[in-house]
Design a binder for this molecule. Structure first.
Ligand code: DAH
Length: 340
C-alpha cells in the first residue's frame, strides 16, 4: 500500500512539473529524473522485490500505469514546446510582402557618349560615314603625314605622350583622316570620334579627352561648303539662334585654316561664367586640306579639294550642359552623371 501511495504522489508531482517545463532542455532533465535508469520510478520498482508476493502484481501494475502517464505527459509537453519553437522561428523569418522591393540601379549612357551619338547622328544624316583609328599611333600618322614636321612645336614632349620612339598616344583624331584616305579614293566624307591625349591638366584641360574629326574630299569642294556644313551642324546641335564666327588661324594640315566660335549658348552672348564673360565659346578648328597632306595620301591635289575640322566633344558637352570643369566628366561621380 505504501508503495502505491508513493507512486501516485510521484505521478502527480511529475506530471505537474512536466506541464510547467519551459523548454526542451528542462523537459529532458525531467525525463531522466523520472524515467531514466536511475530515475525515481525505476527506484520504486526496484523496491518491488521486498514486497510480499501477493502485493507485487497490483503494485507492478500501478507502477506501469504511472510510468505510462509520465511518458505521455512528457510526449505531450514535448510536442507543445516544439511547436512553440517552430512558431517563433516562423515569426522571425516572416517575409513582409508589403515592403517595397529592392530596385536594381539602372545605368545609362555617359554624357560624353550621349553627345557623341548626337553629333554622329547629325553628321550621318548629312552623308558622313563613321571612321575610327587607334589611340596608340605612329608619329608618321599623328604628325609627319599631316604636314607637321619634326621641329614643329606641337611635337614637343611637353604636349605629347611618347610610348616609345616613333610611337605616341595620338594628340588629336586628325591621323584618322590619313588612314581613311590611304584606303579610299575620293569622294570621301567621314567623321571620326575618339579619345586623344595631351600632357595637360587644369579646369578646362584633361590629359585624356574626346574629339570628333571631320573630312570631306571631292572635286570642287570649297570653303563655302565647309562653312555651310558647320553652320548646319551648329544650328541642329545647339539652336537656330546660335551665331558662328570664323577667325583666321593656323594648322599645319589645312590652308587656309580657321577657328570657329559660337555665341555662348548659356548666356546667349551676354557673357557668363561658362564663356568667361566673352559671349563666345571656341568650338572647333578647321580649314581646307593642305595639298601636302593630299600628297602623303596619294591623292591628286590638282583634281581634288577638301575640308577638315576637329572639335572637342567634352567642350561642346560642357557648353550644352553649362558644366564648369572638364574633370567632372571623368571623375565618374554618380551624383554628377545621374543628371544627364
Ligand atoms: N587637330 C586639331 C587639334 O586637335 C583640330 C583640327 C584643326 C582638326 C583643323 C582639323 C582641322 O581637321 O582641319 O587641335
Amino acid at each position: 500500500m505504501q508503495l502505491q501511495i508513493e507512486l501516485e504522489i510521484l505521478r502527480a508531482s511529475a506530471v505537474a512539473s512536466i506541464e510547467q517545463a519551459s523548454d526542451l532542455k528542462l523537459l529532458e532533465e525531467l525525463r531522466v529524473q523520472f524515467l531514466g535508469r536511475k530515475g525515481q520510478v525505476t527506484e520504486i520498482l526496484r523496491g518491488l522485490t521486498q514486497l510480499p508476493a501477493e502485493e507485487r502484481p497490483s503494485v507492478g501494475q500501478t507502477a506501469n500505469v504511472v510510468k505510462t502517464a509520465i511518458a505521455e505527459a512528457l510526449e505531450l509537453r514535448k510536442a507543445t514546446l516544439e511547436a512553440a519553437v517552430d512558431h517563433a522561428q516562423a515569426e522571425r523569418e516572416q517575409v513582409d510582402l508589403s515592403l517595397p522591393g529592392r530596385r536594381r540601379r539602372k545605368g545609362h549612357m555617359h554624357v560624353i557618349s550621349q553627345v557623341t551619338e548626337e553629333v554622329l547622328q547629325i553628321m550621318f544624316e548629312l552623308g558622313f560615314q563613321i571612321a575610327t583609328g587607334p589611340d596608340i599611333e605612329t608619329e608618321y600618322y599623328n604628325f609627319d603625314s599631316l604636314n607637321t614636321p619634326a621641329d614643329h612645336p606641337a611635337r614637343d614632349s611637353h604636349d605629347t605622350f611618347f610610348v616609345k620612339p616613333g610611337v605616341v598616344l595620338r594628340t588629336h583624331t586628325s591621323p584618322v583622316q590619313m588612314r581613311v584616305m590611304e584606303r579610299a579614293k575620293p569622294p570621301v566624307a567621314i567623321v571620326a570620334p575618339g579619345r586623344v591625349y595631351r600632357v595637360d591638366l587644369d579646369a578646362s584641360h584633361s590629359p585624356m579627352f574626346n574629339q570628333i574629326e571631320g573630312l570631306l574630299v571631292d572635286e570642287g569642294v570649297s570653303f563655302a561648303d565647309l562653312k555651310g556644313t558647320i553652320m548646319l551642324f551648329v544650328h541642329r546641335f545647339f539652336s537656330k539662334e546660335t551665331q558662328i564666327r570664323f577667325r583666321p588661324h593656323f594648322f599645319p594640315f589645312t590652308e587656309p585654316s580657321a577657328e570657329v566660335d559660337i555665341s555662348c549658348t548659356i548666356c546667349k552672348g551676354q557673357g557668363c561664367r561658362v564663356c568667361k564673360g566673352s559671349g563666345w565659346s571656341e568650338l572647333l578648328g578647321c580649314g581646307m586640306v593642305h595639298p601636302e597632306v593630299f600628297r602623303y595620301a596619294g591623292y591628286d591635289y590638282e583634281k581634288y579639294t577638301g575640308f577638315a575640322f576637329g572639335f572637342g566633344i567634352d567642350r561642346i558637352a560642357m557648353q550644352r550642359h553649362a558644366i564648369s570643369s572638364i574633370s567632372y566628366l571623368f571623375e565618374n561621380d554618380l551624383r554628377f552623371l545621374e543628371q544627364f
